[in-house]
Design a protein around this ligand. Structure first.
Ligand code: MG
Length: 384
């Protein structure tokens, strides 16, 4: 067991204009939340006692929206350069001079607890610590698109953030830094002041959102979990001339009786999707006592469940429905049912299955008193 992490504070730099990303990226949504929120949540989860977020002047409202519901942070206005922005953040932090401070770029949202811990541990026997990755690609120098020779990558590392320092070390190093010089990162500033900065293992997922296309790559890197839900529904047979099953109307000498259109296939499937999300059941969302659902097409129940899934940044993977009855014969309608479900769910046909079985004349389905449906849905959700 390693010892607990020291108490620390953090400065998150979110003052950029995002000129290369096509606009401010700190407020843009990545997965289920704004880019800025990813790192602030990670730092708070790691136990940061205080997080100062440096935002463009006048952007306090955007920060409050992006971080709504979180406590332990406050916003200060950035300056004309990164160096000024970081110094504004440090000035807003209190505490003793030996207080460890992580300085992090909001543009690196996928910050793991392991990286935070490595940075703080790296600071124990150095004046600073930063995560870094070895350079794997060969490096070329080019002029006007023409290669002008290889660059030896030996000893070269890709520096990431957060970078860890003691409050006083970094504050004094910035005081000694020539004001007209742009500072790439804090490690440069502390080394310039004579400090020793240790490299710790970085994380490829801690990529910096720089270009517009980086968002798609970061989306693909968000940890996701696969979940499964099941649903079951029964409706009784009554007088009628047609029945709705899996969104398809089938001529029949009876109909299923219910408050809505009694499409047991769609009801079971809706419950399966809600179940996979841990989001209650169809009766919670559409109470049978509510007159507005009388005779309603069950399409809307299913679409509602899928919309709730999308609102959580999730997506459907596949669905499988089994209809249990003696009559009507389902097989002639199976393909139409699959196509209708694929359309409603925006899934490829091979991710939609409809099956049917009888119960060999046994039980209420065998006696023709009612029809039962069961469904399974697999979904993918962001892990956090
Ligand atoms: Mg039902």
């Amino acid at each position: 067991m390693s010892s607990p992490l020291p108490a620390f504070a953090a400065v998150v730099v979110a003052a950029g204009s995002g000129s290369r990303a096509g606009g401010p990226k700190q407020w843009r949504r990545l997965g289920t939340k704004p880019v800025l929120r990813w790192s602030v949540e990670a730092l708070l989860a790691a136990g940061a006692g205080e997080v100062v977020v440096v935002v463009p002047a006048g952007a306090g409202d955007e920060a409050a929206t992006a971080l709504a519901g979180l406590s332990g942070w406050r916003a200060v206005a950035g300056g004309a350069s990164r160096a000024v922005s970081v110094q504004n953040g440090l000035a807003a932090l209190g505490g003793p001079g030996d207080r460890p401070v992580l300085v992090h770029d909001a543009a690196r949202p996928l910050l793991s607890q392991a990286v935070i811990a490595r940075c703080l541990r790296g600071l124990e026997d150095a004046d600073g610590a930063l995560p870094a990755l070895p350079v794997a690609d060969s490096l070329r120098r080019a002029e006007g698109g023409v290669g002008a020779g290889a660059v030896d990558r030996d000893g070269l590392w890709r520096a990431q953030t957060p970078q860890a320092f003691r409050l006083q070390t970094l504050t004094e190093a910035y005081r000694a830094w020539p004001a007209e010089e742009p500072a790439t990162d804090e490690a440069t500033v502390v080394q310039h002041a004579g400090g020793r900065v240790r490299l710790v293992d970085g994380d490829p997922r801690l990529m910096k959102l720089t270009w517009p296309e980086d968002f798609a790559m970061a989306e693909a890197l968000i940890p996701r979990q696969i979940r499964t839900g099941s649903g079951f529904d029964v409706h009784r047979w009554g007088p009628g001339a047609a029945v709705w099953l899996c969104g398809v109307e089938i001529p029949h000498d009876q109909t299923l009786v219910g408050h809505s259109d009694a499409d047991a296939g769609l009801h079971a499937l809706t419950d399966a999707i809600l179940g996979a999300m841990g989001d209650g059941d169809i009766g919670d969302h559409f109470p049978p006592t509510d007159p507005q659902w009388k005779g309603a097409s069950s399409d809307r129940f299913l679409i509602h469940a899928v919309e709730r899934l999308h609102a959580r940044g999730g997506r459907l993977v596949n669905v499988d429905v089994t209809l249990i009855c003696e009559r009507p014969k389902v097989k002639p309608h199976r393909q139409a049912m699959r196509e209708r479900l694929a359309e409603l769910l925006a899934l490829p046909l091979d991710a939609v299955s409809v099956k049917a079985t009888t119960t060999e004349g046994l039980g209420f389905t065998g006696r023709g008193e009612g029809l039962a449906a069961q469904a399974v849905a697999t979904i993918e959700l962001p892990a956090s």
